[in-house]
Design a protein around this ligand. Structure first.
Ligand code: URP
Ligand code: ZN
Ligand code: ZN
Length: 460
């Protein structure tokens, strides 16, 4: 099996040039100005198009039992939507309930993906309890190819860990060279404020962001990074949403704490007024941390441009509006949290980031692919275009014009938070390890082609 992509403009995190790319079996084997088509090769003309390394979403939820329901995608629909949007690798949060066994949960999450996913995948192993048995199992899970843990300071009683568990998890992570991804919000402040708002009769979706203002997230970041400072563990802050939290992370970095920062496409493009929409429409925009004041968008775009913020993810967590979001009709604290966007991340980053002059093409590749691969021990197999790398490629058509709509999306959810938004470009061809998975917006790949990516810890 061989594939030749001709005349495309190759864009990596640090280079830009026109060349042909030859892929044999699963790997890029040659890049040259002109490559004559070998016999039997599938030839694609990419003239006038960009060729990006396959994008990696470092924070998704596909199988997610949460707030009394389950998120809507599975690996069949989720991986196809990801690929259509140019994402060729997913790193999913494996989120056991507190009472669940870590190893059994890891197996369960794995069984959801194997044989179904059309794109490659790995997991961040959620540590929702820390005791002797869990510690032993975490060591086994790391040996099985997981090099990142996930902890929640929020959602006490469900996924959240207490400070003793946090300290011990970070110590283990440091010993094993595992990086710890963390949801940072002070749970006590959230739950007290929720109670106060409900008692005052404030029950609508617009109250969600009142219950968890920027100081709640900033305190979570500061709290976690104090523990990181004392244990030496490497930290990856997930879904950072605002200036106050960013200030805390940057201050810790200046003290020598090893911290990477992820923001989300939602925080770069939406603001809290969406969650204030009338007739319960705001529920579509409820997620945690919440959407913020618009002024934060500029700060986050600048953070990406200047290297303060390392990655852009989706935190894809799809819950239907018609049924699931209605669970919070009379109490905003019961609205399942999440804004689906797995399919839209790259087109939004390109249209509202690159085309608007907020970031350049190299930054787009860096924050949505290269840095993710480097942080999570996948580089240079993933995250770049070079001989020896996996042939995960996105031929991107900058002349495409279209609109996002629930009517045309592939994510299995009954609304789009970006309904009617214009996009100025889309992937015209996507490959996963040399196999074509998408042509002109249509999935043409194979269910089950996706592989579990074994990762080796490097954050000692
Ligand atoms: O609102 C969100 N972010 N939902 C998914 C769960 C999480 O906190 O990552
Ligand atoms: Zn979270
Ligand atoms: Zn999440």
């Amino acid at each position: 099996m061989s594939l030749l992509i001709k005349n495309g403009e190759i864009i990596t995190a640090d280079s830009r040039y026109v060349a042909d790319i030859f892929c044999e079996n699963e790997t890029i084997t040659r890049i040259d100005r002109k490559i004559a088509p070998p016999k039997g090769a599938d030839v694609v003309d990419a003239k006038g198009k960009f060729v990006f390394p396959g994008f990696i979403d470092p924070h998704v939820h596909i199988y997610l039992p949460f707030m009394g329901t389950f998120s809507k995608d599975d690996y069949v629909t989720g991986s196809q939507a990801a690929l259509i949007g140019g994402t060729t690798t997913l790193i999913e949060m494996c989120c056991p309930a507190k009472s669940d066994d870590a190893l059994a949960s890891f197996e369960l999450w794995m069984s959801q993906a194997v044989g179904k996913s059309a794109c490659d995948f790995s997991f961040h192993m959620g540590v929702t309890r820390f005791d002797a048995k869990t510690e032993k199992q975490l060591r086994t899970i790391v040996k099985r190819g997981i090099s990142s843990f996930k902890i929640f300071l929020a959602y006490q009683g469900a996924f959240g860990v207490d400070d003793t568990e946090l300290y011990r998890t970070l110590k283990l992570a440091k010993e094993l060279g595992v990086i710890v991804a963390a949801h940072c919000e002070n749970e006590t402040l959230v739950s007290e404020r929720c109670k106060e708002l409900l008692v005052a009769g404030k029950t609508d979706p617009g109250q969600h962001h009142e219950s968890r203002p920027p100081a709640v997230e900033a305190e979570g970041v500061h709290h976690l990074l104090t523990f990181a400072e004392l244990t030496g563990a490497a930290i990856y802050i997930v879904h950072l949403s605002c200036q106050e939290a960013l200030n805390q992370a940057v201050a810790a970095r200046q003290r020598g704490v090893r911290v990477s920062i992820e923001t989300l496409i939602q925080y770069l493009t939406l603001d809290k007024t969406y969650a204030e929409k009338p007739q319960f429409e705001g529920a579509k925009y409820v997620m945690s941390p919440p959407l913020r004041d618009q002024r934060n968008q500029e700060i986050l775009w600048n953070g990406l441009r200047d290297g303060l913020v390392q990655t852009v993810a989706t935190d894809h967590a799809p819950f239907d509006f018609r049924k699931q979001k209605q669970m919070g009709k009379i109490d905003f604290t019961k609205i399942p949290n999440g804004i689906p966007s797995l399919e839209d991340r790259i087109n939004l980053l390109y249209t509202y980031g690159v085309k608007k002059g907020k970031i350049d093409l190299h930054t787009l590749v860096n924050v949505a692919s290269t840095q993710v691969a480097k942080t999570f021990d996948l580089f240079p197999r993933k995250g770049t275009i070079q001989p020896g790398a996996d042939a995960d490629l996105v031929v991107y058509d900058p002349n495409y014009r279209g609109k996002i709509s629930v009517k045309t999306q592939h994510m299995n959810v009954d609304y789009s938070a970006f309904e009617g938004w214009k996009i100025e470009g889309r992937p015209s061809l996507v490959t996963v390890r040399g196999q074509v998975a998408v042509r002109d917006g249509k999935f043409v790949g194979k269910r089950g082609h996706g592989k579990f990516l074994q990762r080796k810890p490097s954050h000692f």
